[in-house]
Design a protein around this ligand. Structure first.
Ligand code: ATP
Ligand code: MG
Length: 333
């Protein structure tokens, strides 16, 4: 255990799914043993795409989902500090101070901007969406994080954070570590529809909290090789979502090799491939189901984790912002 920190997290827009797990959560579970761990519940980031009263009313329930899903996935409440972004106004202060350390064209080149703006018409793209990476820099640097495990859609944001940290240190003196991106083996998990990344707004997801029956149903409906209309036609394994999932989630490597071989030879039907995949995903989720049940039985635990974590984080952030103001000479005198 170093005294260095990890910062990452999620927008409270729903439950966590397998894409979140392989893109970031799995690394969090591993790194929590080496780093002091901060997990942000990023409700201000949610506002860039969802900002009605109804959306905001969902935050507290979704925040609880994030925490319980994380604990189920193996985050230990004694090791990780969860906090609610909007309850730490000093983060917004840092956001304001960082806004002048990055150019508009640099932000406009952020690759995820197009995906994020999917729902907004071009001339209606909110200013906050352009500034998303700046706010994310404030999140990462407000606790002086050294490592940031995130999925592919966030890689470019971490790069901007690194640039902002360097720029700040150059202008005002060494205050921030330049944080390292931690990538995963599966930087983007494809959705069950085989169309794009697994994303709850598209609905092509398997949730960590899905029951065995839900997993079976979703896997049965999965997209496979579109050119293979009968089981005796040789099928394609590469890029086939069912086999991508087998590779990621099925620990029985001999079974996966056998299925691939028979699929390519036209000697196995989709039904068997999917049945075995559903079993594998359910085996993968079983330990999470056990941990979930254990944590759910502890009344008040989740609320306590969020309230205490937010209090603790706010104190840390206030220290950092004090240091930032001092370095910049913004002491109010
Ligand atoms: P969704 O698209 O389902 O609404 P999201 O993109 O809003 O999810 P975030 O809270 O922005 O979720 O992301 C949380 C973390 O999970 C980020 O590190 C992100 O890169 C990662 N992530 C989300 N979806 C995937 C995926 N399909 N594959 C890999 N990583 C993912
Ligand atoms: Mg996202």
């Amino acid at each position: 255990m170093t005294d260095q920190r990890m910062l990452t997290g999620d927008r409270p827009t729903g439950k966590l799914h397998l894409g979140h797990f392989v893109g970031s959560l799995e690394n969090r579970v591993r790194l929590q043993h080496q780093y002091e761990t901060y997990l942000i519940i990023a409700d201000l980031h949610m506002l860039t795409t969802k900002n009605t009263r109804e959306d905001i009313a969902q935050v507290s329930e979704n925040a609880r989902h994030l925490v319980i899903d994380s604990l189920a996935a193996g985050i230990e409440p004694d090791r990780a500090t969860f906090y609610l972004q909007s309850a730490i106004p000093e983060v917004m202060e840092l956001n304001t101070l960082f806004q002048n350390l990055v150019s508009v064209p640099r932000l406009e080149r952020t690759p995820s901007l197009k995906d994020m703006a999917r729902d907004a018409k071009k001339d209606e793209m909110p200013y906050g969406l352009l500034g998303y990476p700046v706010l994310q820099a404030a999140d990462i640097l407000c606790v002086k994080a050294h490592v940031v495990p995130v999925g592919k859609d966030n890689h470019a944001h971490v790069e901007i954070t690194r640039e902002i940290a360097r720029r700040f240190n150059h202008l005002y003196g060494e205050v921030f570590p330049v944080p390292e991106l931690v990538t995963s083996d599966v930087p983007t998990l494809i959705g069950t529809d085989g169309q794009g990344k697994m994303s709850k707004s598209i609905g092509n997801v398997i949730y960590l909290s899905d029951t065995e029956a839900e997993v079976r149903k979703k896997v049965t409906g999965m997209y496979t090789d579109p050119n293979r209309i009968r089981a005796d036609i040789p099928g394609k394994v590469e890029g086939n979502p069912v086999f991508i999932y087998h590779d990621v989630f099925n620990k029985n490597l001999a079974e996966v090799a056998d299925l691939k071989e028979r699929y390519q030879a036209g000697k196995v039907g989709d039904v068997e491939v999917k049945e075995k995949l559903a079993i594998a995903i359910n085996l993968f989720l079983d330990p999470m189901r056990e941990r979930r049940a254990k944590f759910e039985s502890q009344t008040g635990l989740i609320d306590q984790i969020i309230v205490e974590g937010t209090e603790k984080t706010r104190k840390e952030v206030q220290q950092v912002v004090f240091e930032v103001r001092k370095a910049m000479g913004l002491t109010g005198a």
